[in-house]
Design a protein. Structure first.
Length: 429
C-alpha cells in the first residue's frame, strides 16, 4: 500500500487494517494518469462555486472555506473525497469541468455564465440524476424556495450527459489509465419522494373538495354554520378544516400505501434509474476503454438527519427505494462482461456502520448537522462555511454531517478511506 499522505494516521490504520494490500496474489498497482468523476453533489468539486454561491463563501457540498476545510483532521486543504483520493494517487487536485448557474427571472436574476474548463475532469454536478436533465434545484421546478423544494438555478447535467461531455472533450474514448468514479442516485430518491408527496396532497385535496358539499349540509343541519348566501360560501372554509384531518388524511394515506400503485411506481422508477446507470457504465465507460471504474451505491438515507422526523413507515419506504436501486445496480454491474474492471462501492453499508459505530471512526456526532440551519442560507452545505456552523463546532469536530444530508470534510475523508481500502483489495492502490 502506498504511503498515506494525510493526517489521522491512527484512523487510517484502524480502518485499513487487514485490507490485504500485501498479498502476493494481488496484481501490480496501476499508476493512474488522471481521475475522472461523474455524479451528483457527493463528488462535485465546485460546479456552482460562482456568483452568489461564491460570494456567500460556499462552493462545495460540505463545510467551505480556507479555515473550515478539515485541515486539522486530514492534514491538507481538502473538502471532497475525490480530492483525498487524487492526493493519495499523486494526481492534481480535481477541478470542475463546467461552472455556472442558470439565469432566473425577477428578484433572483443571475448573470453567471456557464463556462467549460479544459483539463478539468470533475464532471459531477450537485442535483444530478442518472438520465433526467431536470435534477434537484433546477429551474425546471421554479426558483429557490419553490413549493416543491426542488427549484433553484443549478445546472444538474445528468450522468449520461456528463459522460458524453467527457467523451466529446477527449476524442470519444478513455485511454484506460484513468480512475473513473460514478456516484449518483440519492437525488433519484429525493425526486420520487417529492412526487409522492405532491400526489398525496393532490389526492387529499380532491377528496376534501368532493366531500365539501355534503359537509356543508351537515354543518347547516347541526347549526354550526349559518349560510350567508344561497351558495353557503361562508361555510366552505369550516367544512374544509373539518374534512382535512379526516377525509383528506385518509386519501393521502391511501395514496401512500406501501402496496398502492403510486409507491410501486416510485420503487420501479428507482430500479429503472439503476438499470439505466448500469447501461451507461457499460456502453459509455467500459466500452469506451475505461479499465478502472468505481461505482457507488446510494448511502443509507433512512438514517440521515434530514429524515429524523420521518415515521418508521416513511423511513421504510425510503429504505425500500434505496435498496431497490442498490440491488439492481449491483446485480447489473456483476453481469457486465467488463465487471473485472469495476469496483462496486457499498456506500450503504459503510455509512450505516459509521452511524451505528461512531467511536470506531473517531466520529463525535452522527445524528446532527454541523451547519447551523439558522445561519446557513437555505440550510444547504453548498452555502455552509466556518461562520455558519453551530456554536462551538468547527470543520474538524468530527461530525459526520455538514447539513442534513451531506458529509463534513471529515465525513468525506472517511469515504475516501473506504474507497482506498476497496482499491487496495482490488490491487489498484
Amino acid at each position: 500500500m502506498s504511503q498515506i499522505k494525510f493526517g489521522s494516521i491512527l484512523l487510517m490504520a484502524t480502518i485499513l487494517a487487514g485490507c490485504g494490500g500485501g498479498d502476493s496474489d494481488v496484481p501490480a498497482k496501476p499508476k493512474f494518469a488522471a481521475q475522472v468523476s461523474f455524479g451528483d453533489s457527493l463528488s462535485d468539486v465546485g460546479t456552482y462555486n460562482v456568483g452568489f454561491v461564491a460570494a456567500a463563501g460556499g462552493g462545495h457540498f460540505s463545510i467551505n472555506g480556507a479555515s473550515a476545510n478539515g485541515k486539522a483532521a486530514n492534514g491538507n486543504n481538502i473538502v471532497n473525497w475525490t480530492e483525498v483520493v487524487a492526493m493519495n494517487l499523486g494526481l492534481p487536485a480535481p477541478c470542475a469541468a463546467v461552472t455556472g448557474l442558470i439565469d432566473t427571472a425577477g428578484a433572483e436574476a443571475l448573470s453567471v455564465p456557464v463556462v467549460s474548463h479544459p483539463g478539468c475532469n470533475g464532471y459531477a454536478q450537485g442535483g444530478a440524476l442518472v438520465t433526467n436533465p431536470y435534477g434537484v434545484h433546477n429551474t425546471h421546478y421554479g426558483t429557490y424556495g419553490a413549493a416543491s423544494g426542488l427549484g433553484g438555478a443549478e445546472l444538474t447535467y445528468p450522468v449520461v450527459t456528463q459522460i458524453n461531455n467527457y467523451l466529446a472533450d477527449h476524442g470519444g474514448s478513455f485511454s484506460g489509465n484513468e480512475l473513473v468514479s460514478v456516484v449518483v442516485g440519492a437525488n433519484e430518491v429525493t425526486l420520487q419522494l417529492t412526487l409522492l408527496v405532491g400526489g398525496a396532497k393532490a389526492a387529499a385535496t380532491a377528496a376534501v373538495t368532493a366531500a365539501v358539499p355534503a359537509q356543508i349540509q351537515a354543518d347547516i343541519l347541526a347549526g354550526t354554520c349559518i349560510p350567508a348566501n344561497p351558495q353557503a360560501s361562508n361555510c366552505v372554509s369550516t367544512a374544509v378544516a373539518e374534512l382535512t384531518p379526516t377525509v383528506g388524511a385518509a386519501a393521502a394515506n391511501t395514496y401512500l400505501s406501501p402496496t398502492g400503485p403510486a409507491v410501486a411506481a416510485a420503487v420501479t422508477a428507482m430500479a429503472t434509474a439503476a438499470s439505466d446507470l448500469v447501461n451507461n457504465v457499460n456502453t459509455l465507460i467500459l466500452a469506451k476503454g475505461a479499465k478502472y471504474v468505481l461505482v457507488a451505491s446510494i448511502p443509507d438515507l433512512a438514517d440521515i438527519p434530514a429524515l429524523a422526523a420521518y415515521s418508521a413507515a416513511q423511513k421504510s419506504l425510503v429504505d425500500a427505494m434505496v435498496i431497490t436501486f442498490n440491488s439492481t445496480l449491483k446485480t447489473g454491474l456483476t453481469a457486465l462482461p467488463g465487471n473485472a474492471n469495476v469496483i462496486y462501492l457499498d456506500t450503504y453499508t459503510s455509512i450505516k456502520d459509521e452511524i451505528t459505530n461512531p467511536a470506531k471512526y473517531l466520529l463525535t456526532n452522527t445524528t446532527a448537522q454541523a451547519c447551523d440551519p439558522a445561519l446557513t442560507p437555505q440550510n444547504r452545505a453548498l452555502l455552509c462555511n466556518a461562520s455558519t456552523l453551530i456554536a462551538g463546532q468547527t470543520a474538524d469536530s468530527h461530525y459526520l454531517f455538514a447539513d442534513d444530508q451531506h458529509p463534513t470534510p471529515y465525513g468525506y475523508l472517511l469515504f475516501a478511506t473506504y474507497v482506498l481500502q476497496q482499491m487496495t483489495t482490488k490491487g489498484w492502490y
